[in-house]
Design a protein around this ligand. Structure first.
Ligand code: GAR
Length: 195
């Protein structure tokens, strides 16, 4: 059974989809802990699903390095096979990426390498594109520049707002995330061959 730690900053709707998938006894992964960099709304899912959680507030540390060292320490307590950044909005410094790679993946609401960064949906919307997408990547030291594991196109529809577009992207992200974690757990996907 693949042991997964998921890191969030926000509502955790993609995390919820993964947690629901793990309720199937046949699903080959379990979320063993949920971490956050702030008092994220999605931490409520830890209680709802009976999973331990930890918070390492970015603002409690003098430097990004110190914050990340504590975050990695707390992740390692759980000895996970995989760490998923699921709406985790802080950039990890190279020291943290190196500590966790290649078993560190990120979901992103765009068809990378298009629209990297923290405002992918807003940027796609502002660019006036007719389609964007969703991607799952291995995290490297760049901003959303790691090897692409899975991705799918999502249309931008007439009348879309940033919110409606993001919701449509997230539906796709959830499917990609649940399938990617399954593939890693089944051995159908070997992250070390991608990095
Ligand atoms: C998701 O769309 C995820 O891809 C995005 O934040 C959202 C989290 O939603 N992540 C990034 O933009 C990272 N650059 P959720 O909290 O409802 O799962």
């Amino acid at each position: 059974m693949l042991k997964v730690v998921v890191l969030i900053s926000g509502g955790g709707s993609n995390l919820r989809a993964l947690l629901q998938a793990t309720e199937d006894p046949g699903y080959p992964a379990r979320v063993i802990a949920i971490g956050a960099d702030r008092d994220a709304d999605g931490l409520g899912l830890a209680e709802e699903f009976g999973i331990p959680s930890f918070t390492v507030p970015f603002t409690n540390f003098a430097t990004r390095e110190e914050w990340a060292a504590e975050l990695v320490r707390q992740i390692r307590v759980w000895q996970p096979d995989l760490v998923v950044l699921s709406g985790f909005m802080r950039l990890l410094p190279p020291s943290a990426v190196e500590a966790l790679t290649p078993n560190l993946i990120n979901t992103h609401p765009a068809y990378l390498p298009e629209f990297p960064g923290a405002h992918a949906v807003r940027d796609a919307f502002a660019a006036g594109v007719t389609e964007t997408g969703a991607s799952i990547i291995v995290v490297d030291n760049g901003v959303d520049s790691g090897p692409i594991i899975a991705q799918q196109r999502v249309p931008v529809l007439p009348g879309d707002t940033e919110t409606t577009l993001h919701e449509r992207i997230k539906v796709v992200e959830r499917t990609l995330l649940v399938q990617t974690v399954r593939d890693i757990a089944d051995g159908a996907l070997a992250l070390e061959t991608l990095t």
